[in-house]
Design a protein around this ligand. Structure first.
Ligand SMILES: [Zn+2]
Length: 230
């Protein structure tokens, strides 16, 4: 039995210019914006299949930037392969930069890999308020520590799109028990997100959510999981 030979790259158009390559297994979701920007790259295990699909579906010569929502291996493991292929620049928040450059705290070991396999040099360092632009979209970087110190969400205010990494999912929040995780920080990050009106939630794993996102955040803020620290 071979999982890889059975692999299908599922593409979902979220709205015009926003495509999801749905993550399989432990792989994170990969988002492609305007054929110009890739958000997260998965573990890299399915790189060849993704490459073949992308060559058929996109004008890959336009892809110039790879943004990572955070340093974890299931989101960054493919970075090196994608960069070598596309000659694209890697961008990540300053607080997770050291992790991807050294492999430390990328939790590669959780997936049976060694930290060394994921190391990649960072070209662009992101901060809260940095802008990541494509032809039709302008994403603002929102620093949302909690899952990792350098976790970010990307918010597009015209379409009200939030790319949330592992900070927020369609039915919950990211775990905080890995190195660098912090539940109180995550709570503060959720409060920050609650001030943004969101029509499309594009999480790092699982399905996108196109209604009730702000209500979900409200519920998470009120949930028992955070009560003991309030
Ligand atoms: Zn993660």
């Amino acid at each position: 039995m071979s999982l890889i030979s059975n692999y299908r790259v599922w593409l979902v158009q979220i709205c015009k210019g926003v495509i999801l390559l749905a993550g399989v297994g432990y792989d994170s979701n990969v988002y492609i914006i305007d054929d110009e920007l890739i958000i997260d790259t998965g573990t890299g295990v399915f790189f060849q299949q993704m490459k073949e699909k992308m060559e058929k579906m996109f004008d890959i010569s336009k892809i110039k930037t790879i943004v990572n929502t955070h340093c974890h291996f299931d989101h960054t493991g493919g970075d090196k392969k994608f960069r070598d292929w596309l000659k694209a620049e890697i961008a990540i928040h300053e607080a997770d930069k050291h992790s991807v450059e050294t492999g430390k705290n990328t939790i590669a070991e959780v997936f049976g890999e060694t930290a060394k396999t994921v190391t990649v040099d960072v070209d662009n360092v992101l901060k809260n308020g940095s802008l990541v632009k494509t032809t039709n979209f302008s994403f603002e970087v929102i620093s949302t520590p909690g899952h990792t110190p350098g976790s970010i969400c990307l918010y597009e205010k015209n379409k009200k799109i939030l790319v949330s990494g592992d900070t927020l999912f369609e039915d919950g929040v990211g775990r905080t028990d890995y190195p660098g995780g912090d539940k109180n920080q995550l709570l503060k990050s959720l409060k920050k997100l609650s001030r943004h009106s969101i029509n499309y939630l594009l999480p790092g794993h699982g399905m996108p959510k196109t209604s009730g996102v702000n209500f979900l955040i409200k519920q998470m803020l009120a949930s028992e999981a955070f009560k003991e620290d309030i």
